[in-house]
Design a protein around this ligand. Structure first.
Ligand code: GLN
Ligand code: ZN
Length: 746
């Protein structure tokens, strides 16, 4: 068997990539020096994979920003507003980041990951080949003696992820000749990998027909061996896909719910084809149990001959950190981890027939973690065995609404914010100093209290109805809770790319999650002690904590979500016991966790709803539960959102009010809802008329008594002045709308 890799992390062991990019953008690095640094990094990654022993080393997977942008750019699919510019490096970055005259292209999540790609815009473009990028990178690798495997994003996935094309079929057909040319110039490459992850989603018959026609042509363009690569789930049309005119099919045998193997066993595999078997988890950080992986390979060799198998990770290693070498976690945990480099070593071991000693080492490491006290928290285990079948509030929403209105006496169209206020350089600097031990605990706490006080006074002055403490004590909404709950660990250097040069360091949920001590009570109570108006307690929800972490893989994700929910429930109770009357549980990541195939949505959403309710339904009828989500295209999950049974939800909608209004025309939503009335992602202060228009639109489809007025999302990335200015205008707009409504009602 040969070993193969699908893609290697770009960022470098010490995030050299990020630093080079940011220096270049800031003008501190000349273009030639920048290109040189990037080339060195790229070649270093190739050499590293060669040293580890990978046979098929990917080239062209490296990117200066995003691989979807790379593909679109190379085919000249450039947003109209940038089309006048020369196709230079500058234009490439302008598309991704915007410039003085044109806004950046939209970015969105890459399938069900936390990686964001730049959405290609087709309006009127006629694609043309700007550069054979894979060829250039193939030649570059050849200079250091590496005959790599060029990697390209396939035409069907590229079009499906784009917007602004008129006809899907015509768009793909326009690309095919360009791909043909790229492939024909790559004749020297033995293998070429074409990624079509879209095959793991629900393609229609017509779409599949288009794909089939495209690959029939691409086949004829080259004698290289074509690998049609899929990942992130099982392929939907197994029987048809394996018949496509390519040499190898790449399948994910980790995140496929066992379906790919089942299809193989049931329908067989074409004799003449290679199977690229993704058996090592490319999306998670745990060491593989080599014995069980060998077992999978044994099953496969019953169907596909040994010499037609390629062993590889289940997906590009873009989604995992570079190496555990840099970490110094406690031994049991450290030994049970495998990042990109270690995963590739596992791939090589499996391909070359791991000896029993290596297998032994992996199973000992995993057994030690399984036996560790962290994974065997007695109280958590017991609670998990006694999970309630039903998790309902005491009374239905309509009754709670009356009780809550009597308690709070809020005006029509109450105003509030999403939770965070500006995390100024000063706030971040104080926190860093405190973390390093340079600032005494008491001084730091006093500083946080002073910030809270300042902003409570500010909110009163602005005239908001429901206040927040401002989240000054939090760096990140998941990390903050992870550091305070049992079962989490944090790496030193476990970065992964999120978008552009921005990297995130997801926590490791490695043990049973348990509540240790109150996490938010101190700050919330202090804020509440300063005012009579209600202050919302502010928590991150179980699904968001789950989706933004690396999660243990020895139990179902649902169980981990419920463990988190049980811990959060204790926090909810603690807040309520201390007199906090409104509690917001944010779930911005709920939607991105949706499975690739519709047929799996219901069970995912049911689990998410259960976990959310497990955390929140313990409260009294008079306590108001809020939630917040960061997306507007929620039409298809509106029922699940209603099922959360939160009394109030705020959602991000200011950029797409039109679409949202449609959602309410076709669905009835009865609970409190705040449709973000202005966009906080830009430093621009909103105009009164804009906010008024957004309020008026909401009033067309929702009952005035349902509507809350709030910005789109948390304000932590904004400056102080623009925040205050924006909120003042928002409150003014709300008051005017309120007066008009009251006049009508009387
Ligand atoms: N409460 C959080 C904040 O305001 C919510 C952030 C988010 O939705 N991503 O920052
Ligand atoms: Zn948000």
């Amino acid at each position: 068997m040969k070993s193969s890799n699908l893609g290697y992390p770009r960022i470098g062991e010490k995030r050299e990539w990020k630093h080079a990019l940011e220096r270049f953008w800031a003008g501190d690095l000349e273009e030639t020096a920048f290109l040189q640094e990037m080339k060195e990094l790229r070649l270093h990654h190739l050499r590293k994979q060669q040293e580890i022993g990978i046979d098929l080393i990917p080239v062209g997977d490296f990117s200066f920003y995003d691989h979807v942008l790379d593909a679109a750019f190379m085919f000249g699919i450039v947003p109209k507003r940038f089309a006048q510019q020369e196709m230079s490096l500058r234009t490439y970055f302008d598309i991704a980041r915007g410039n003085d005259t044109a806004v950046a292209a939209e970015m969105t999540k890459w399938f069900n990951t936390n990686y964001h790609y730049i959405v290609p815009e087709w309006d009127d473009v006629a694609p043309k080949l700007i550069e054979n990028r894979p060829l250039r990178l193939y030649e570059e690798a050849k200079e250091i003696g590496i005959h790599g495997k060029p990697v390209l994003l396939g035409p069907v996935t590229l079009v499906k992820l784009s917007k602004g094309y008129e006809s899907f079929k015509r768009a793909v057909e326009a690309l095919v000749p360009l791909y043909e040319q790229v492939l024909s110039e790559l004749q020297e490459a033995v293998w070429i990998q074409i990624d079509e992850p879209i095959l793991a989603t629900d393609l229609s018959d017509e779409e599949f027909e288009v794909l089939h026609a495209a690959y029939t042509k691409l086949r004829k363009a080259t004698n290289s061996r074509l690998i049609l690569q899929t990942y992130f789930d099982s392929i939907t049309r197994y029987k048809e896909v394996v018949k496509l005119p390519v040499d190898a099919i790449g399948l994910d045998f980790v995140h496929d719910r066992g379906e790919n193997l089942l299809s193989l066993q049931q329908y067989g595999f074409p004799q003449e084809k290679y199977l690229a078997a993704g058996v090592i988890d490319g999306r998670n950080v745990w060491r593989a149990d080599l014995k069980s992986k060998q077992h999978v390979l044994e099953q496969l060799t019953k169907i596909v001959p040994n010499d037609r198998l390629l062993v590889q990770p289940s997906a590009s290693l873009l989604h995992v950190p570079v190496t555990v070498k840099e970490e110094s976690l406690e031994d049991t945990l450290q030994n049970a981890l495998a990042f990109a480099d270690e995963k590739l070593a596992e791939v090589v071991l499996l391909a070359t027939g791991a000896d029993s000693a290596a297998i032994e080492v992996s199973s000992i490491a995993l057994q030690a973690l399984a036996a560790s006290p962290a994974r065997n928290h007695e109280a958590v285990r017991k609670a998990m065995q006694n999970l309630p079948a039903e998790v309902e509030r005491n009374s239905p929403f309509t009754e709670r609404r009356e009780l809550q209105q009597a308690r709070f006496g809020l005006p029509l169209l109450p105003t509030t914010t999403i939770g965070s206020f500006p995390q100024t350089a000063e706030v971040r600097q104080k926190r860093r100093a405190w973390r390093r031990g340079e600032l005494p605990d008491a001084t730091y706490q006093a500083y946080i209290r002073a910030e809270i006080k300042k902003w409570i006074e500010m909110q009163e002055e602005i005239g908001l109805d429901v206040l927040v403490h401002g989240e000054f004590e939090r760096t990140d909404m998941v990390e903050y809770f992870g550091e305070k709950l049992a079962g989490f660990q944090f790496t030193q250097n476990g970065w992964v790319q999120s978008y552009g040069s921005r990297c995130v360091k997801p926590p490791l949920i490695y043990g049973d999650v348990a509540f240790v001590a109150p996490m938010t009570v101190k700050e919330t109570l202090y804020a509440q002690s300063l005012v009579n108006k209600p202050v919302k307690g502010m928590l991150t929800g179980p699904i968001t904590i789950l989706n933004w972490s690396f999660v243990r893989d020895d139990m179902p994700r649902r169980d981990v979500a419920n463990q988190i929910a049980l811990a959060l429930r204790e926090e909810v109770e603690a807040l309520e016991d201390h007199g906090i009357r409104m509690i917001q549980v944010d779930e911005p990541a709920l939607r991105e966790g949706l499975p690739l195939k519709r047929k799996h949505w219901d069970s995912y959403l049911a689990d998410a709803v259960y976990a959310f309710k497990l955390a929140t339904t313990v409260v009294r009828d008079t306590t108001q539960i809020h939630t917040h989500m960061c997306y507007s295209n929620f039409e298809d999950i509106i029922e699940a959102i209603a099922a959360l049974d939160a009394d109030v939800i705020s959602i991000e909608t200011s950029r797409s009010h039109g679409e949202l209004i449609g959602a309410f025309e076709t669905h009835t939503y009865e609970k409190g809802i705040g449709l973000g009335v202005y966009d906080i992602h830009s430093p621009r202060v909103p105009k009164l008329s804009e906010i008024e228009r957004n309020i008026a639109r909401a009033l067309q489809v929702l009952h005035p008594k349902q509507i809350w007025i709030n910005p789109d999302c948390g304000l932590k990335t904004r400056g102080i002045d623009e925040t205050v200015a924006g909120l003042c205008i928002m409150v003014q707009a709300a008051k005017r709308a309120r007066r008009q409504l009251e006049a009508v009602i009387q």
